[in-house]
Design a protein around this ligand. Structure first.
Ligand code: HEC
Length: 90
């Protein structure tokens, strides 16, 4: 590996370690379930205060999470669980 390539790799690796840039896997518990409360609190409060789950109907949460999930960096695979959690905690 050239020295330039080495520094490029090192810079990328350090980016991944910056606080606040945690990956989706940091919200997955040891038993494999998703910690939706933590995910919602961390990712959906970056641009505005958190909305109360009871503010919206089950149907509305589907469209909200599909609209804002991408902006919050929530991978598509994780959105159904978050939607179910928001609907269930009404
Ligand atoms: C990148 C910034 C950003 C992130 C991250 C974000 N939102 Fe929002 N959200 C907005 C903005 C801007 C509005 C203001 C309403 C608009 O855009 O018309 C908003 C409004 C809302 C509203 C009320 C207005 C509406 O559209 O009905 C809900 C509910 C909402 N966001 C849910 C969420 C959820 C759930 C998440 C996490 C998955 C999230 N947001 C993450 C930017 C963001």
């Amino acid at each position: 590996m050239s020295i330039r390539a080495f520094f490029a790799v090192a810079a990328l690796a350090s980016l991944a370690l910056l606080p606040g840039c945690e990956t989706m896997s940091s919200f997955v518990r040891e038993d494999g379930t998703l910690d939706c409360a933590a995910l919602y609190a961390r990712r959906c409060s970056q641009c505005h205060a958190l909305y109360d789950p009871s503010d919206y109907t089950d149907k509305e949460w589907v469209s909200k999470v599909n609209r804002y999930g991408p902006r919050a960096g929530i991978a598509p695979d994780y959105r159904p669980a978050l939607i179910t959690w928001l609907q269930g905690s009404n």
